[in-house]
Ligand binder design. Structure first.
Ligand SMILES: Nc1nc2c(c(=O)[nH]1)N[C@@H](CN(C=O)c1ccc(C(=O)N[C@@H](CCC(=O)O)C(=O)O)cc1)CN2
Length: 290
């Protein structure tokens, strides 16, 4: 029996529609959420992602700004800009697109965004809040995955979750979110021994390794929920991408599966819009939900 497809495109569209409604209601009270996205350099994928972020924020009725800087920008210039945005009360979310060009200290730069405006959830204060179960801002991709699970009716409580990949952007925060949702979590990586056997334990399997089609059907327990975070270019094609999961054979075994494209990817930007609204509501002293 083939798996049920979790349609990230549709879930993201529904979330954006909810956020647009909420933003419209706030605008009637004179409150406008503000997002500033910073792109340094010309990385082609980053140019597209940041343009999309700016456009989606504008479509939702946010104050939306994309600041594009040359790859020659110095660390001091970038820090000066961040300090100005930290002090600007009309800006509730600041996002610096990753990767930054060589010569810029990404970790330090991210740590200079005010934690309450850190809509990427990368600041060490927000990382600490996440792991201690406190309210903060959570990285968009894993927070978006939790939203997908919620609307699909999948409650991680009591389930075994395996996350493959230990990046700061996806793997680690994903593990923390699943743990906070009362799953029993295993975080795997390239040195995990007998990875297929560990993955076969999973009721929820999250693949975030960045290796095309690495998760084959023999990694998957029948009926498992398989979440594919991979975005891997197919060599020799212009724009074709595949995930970390070998989709067709895995879909024969899994109970639910996210496709690539159209699964987790679209949730990243929708969740960024949600994080911006959360940051704005907190800045205005309003309760979290509309
Ligand atoms: N500051 C940040 N930098 C980066 C982040 C981030 O969350 N914050 N994440 C990634 C890139 N990213 C957003 O920035 C992103 C990646 C993928 C998608 C997406 O919608 N993917 C589509 C396919 C797109 C394609 O065809 O190429 C999909 O999976 O359906 C959105 C956003 C790194 N940098």
């Amino acid at each position: 029996m083939p798996a049920r497809i979790i349609d990230g495109k549709q879930i993201a569209a529904d979330l954006r529609a909810d956020l647009a409604r909420e933003a419209a209601a706030l605008r009637e009270r004179g409150l406008v959420p503000g997002l500033t996205v910073i792109l340094v350099g010309e990385d082609p994928a980053s140019v597209i992602y940041t343009r999309n972020k700016q456009q989606v924020a504008a479509e939702l009725g946010y104050k939306s700004e994309l600041i594009r800087l040359p790859a020659t920008t110095t660390q001091d210039e970038l820090l000066e800009l961040i300090a100005r945005l930290n002090a600007d009360p009309t800006v509730h979310g600041i996002l610096i697109q990753s990767p930054l060009p060589p010569g810029l200290d990404e970790e330090f730069i991210f740590s200079q965004v005010h934690p309450d405006k850190d809509v990427d959830g990368f600041h060490p204060v927000n990382v600490g809040r996440l792991w201690t179960g406190q309210k903060g801002l959570v990285p968009c991709t894993p927070a978006g995955i939790m939203h997908m699970l919620r609307v699909t009716g999948i409650d991680p409580k009591g389930l075994r979750a395996v996350v493959v990949g230990r990046s700061n952007i996806v793997g680690k925060p994903m593990a923390a979110l699943l743990l906070n949702a009362h799953a029993t979590v295993t975080l795997c990586h390239s040195r995990t021994r007998d990875l297929p056997a560990v993955c076969r334990e999973a009721d929820i399997l999250v693949a975030a390794v960045g290796r095309a089609r690495m998760i084959t059907a023999d990694y998957v327990k029948p009926g498992a929920v398989v979440i594919d975070v991979g975005v891997n270019k197919v060599p020799g094609t212009k724009n074709k991408i595949v995930g970390d999961v070998d989709f067709e054979p895995v879909a024969e075994v899994a109970g639910h599966i996210t496709p690539v494209p159209g699964g987790v990817g679209p949730m990243t930007i929708a969740q960024l819009m949600k994080n911006t609204l959360i940051a704005a509501r907190r800045a205005w002293g309003l309760p979290e939900e509309g």
